[in-house]
Design a protein around this ligand. Structure first.
Ligand code: FES
Ligand SMILES: [Fe+2]
Length: 407
């Protein structure tokens, strides 16, 4: 399916200015009502989502650029799982459960850092080599014989894709990341993802909402003209989304030809140098590639970012991300990076408010379900993926307690 839907400068005139040829591929009789409200408030369903979506699908933990030297590590906590990604003395990046083999303590407490020659568990001091093998324990005669490999840190499935570190806690329905991303390879090749360097490290914010409210807002661009003055000023005339196909979605926007009204956008466009390594179509454009279920990688001419969301509770969601640039970046491009990030920060703040209001609606007696526009087909398309994986999402009324996992 290759459905496209477009955001326009003025939502009131969108219907007349739409590219009807593209919209004709949206099914005529599609259900516009969205997921039933109970699915945003049910803790049993949340446990199923944690298992089937978050543990069994690829999660982006960072980029090799975040751990450039031997001994560098990052940790990644999600839905009760704890990952430790570590660059060994041999330069190889490996992922493990951040769970000590003695009594399960975190082996590494920090989110990011460097260890010299070994990891020392902060509980009783068991140590592990930088390749995850068990090294030693205090008072070894009080313990049975411990084998370096058998009692080493337990590996987590990991795949490096152009330096991006994808991990998966449990086997799932997705193929390899390289296969999922194959259809985008040609387009992303000029962005030199293997050469990235860190630009500011990780960020993480918490919002008191169900995680699906975050994804629902991110899955459509219909709200851009009304809610995101910066993005609208930058690329509102040309923004379009392509919903999920074979596990990824794609959004693309070339910059408006007219002069920007907002200071930050005007200066961003002014200082952004021409990037000869990108094709002309992408030198003044932002590209977003979404990877089901919760990750978006953002491609700007002057840098790369990603963001993701994951549940901490039924009404508690963390958003996390990181930014990257290139080591040979010019001063002008770095300035553009600063201004581009500023546009994104404002956009994120604007989205947080919309996400909170969406979440509140799910508990309101006055809420009767979405009435989705064709321009929000991506929301429906994402919900269909959820329904396919978990048929319980088809239930319009909340199933009795104890029955969610059986449906
Ligand atoms: S839990 Fe790690 S040394 Fe005891
Ligand atoms: Fe938004």
């Amino acid at each position: 399916m290759n459905v496209q839907y477009y955001s326009r400068a003025n939502p009131m005139t969108a219907q007349t200015s739409l590219q009807t040829a593209s919209l004709s591929s949206v099914p005529e009789d599609w259900d516009r009502s969205g997921l039933p409200p109970w699915t945003y408030n049910n803790t049993e369903l949340l446990e199923l989502e944690k298992e089937l979506l978050f543990r069994c699908h690829w999660q982006l933990a960072g980029h090799a650029a975040n751990i450039p030297n031997p001994g560098d590590f990052l940790t990644f906590d999600i839905v009760g799982e704890r990952a430790l990604v570590l660059r060994g003395r041999d330069g190889v990046v490996r992922a493990f459960h951040n769970v000590c083999r003695h009594r399960g303590s975190r082996v590494v407490a920090e989110e990011h850092g460097t260890c010299k020659s070994a990891l020392f568990c902060p509980f009783h001091g068991w140590s592990f080599n930088l390749d995850g093998t068990f090294r030693s324990a205090p008072m070894p005669r009080s313990l049975p014989e411990l084998d370096p490999v058998e009692h080493g840190l337990i590996p987590v499935e990991m795949e490096l894709w152009h330096g991006f570190i994808f991990i998966r806690f449990k086997p799932g329905p997705q193929p390899a990341i390289a296969e999922i991303m194959a259809r985008h390879e040609q387009e992303i090749a000029p962005y030199r993802l293997d050469d990235l360097v860190c630009d500011g490290g990780f960020w993480q914010d918490d919002i008191a909402v169900n995680w699906k409210c975050v994804r629902d807002v991110d899955n459509e661009g219909y709200h851009v003209p009304m809610a995101h003055p910066g993005l609208q000023d930058l690329y509102g005339k040309h923004y379009y989304d392509e919903p999920i196909e074979a596990g990824t979605s794609r959004s693309f926007a070339t910059f408006n030809e007219s002069d920007a009204k907002l200071w930050g956008v005007r200066h961003y466009k002014k200082v952004l140098p021409e990037m000869p390594h990108l094709p002309p179509s992408h030198r003044a454009a932002w590209l977003y590639i979404g990877i089901f279920p919760n990750t978006v990688i953002e491609f700007h001419p002057e840098g790369i970012s990603y963001y993701q969301e994951f549940p901490q509770g039924i009404a508690e969601t963390s958003q996390r991300g990181a930014g990257y640039t290139w080591p040979d970046q010019s001063r002008e491009a770095n300035l553009a990076r600063y201004l581009g990030n500023r546009i994104n920060r404002d956009t994120q703040d604007e989205d947080v408010q919309l996400i909170i209001w969406s979440h509140e609606a799910m508990s309101s007696s006055g809420y009767e379900g979405f009435i989705l526009s064709d321009l929000e087909y991506g929301v429906r398309n994402y919900h269909d993926e959820l329904r396919r994986l978990m048929p319980v999402f088809n239930e319009r009324t909340e199933p009795p307690p104890g029955t969610i996992a059986l449906r």
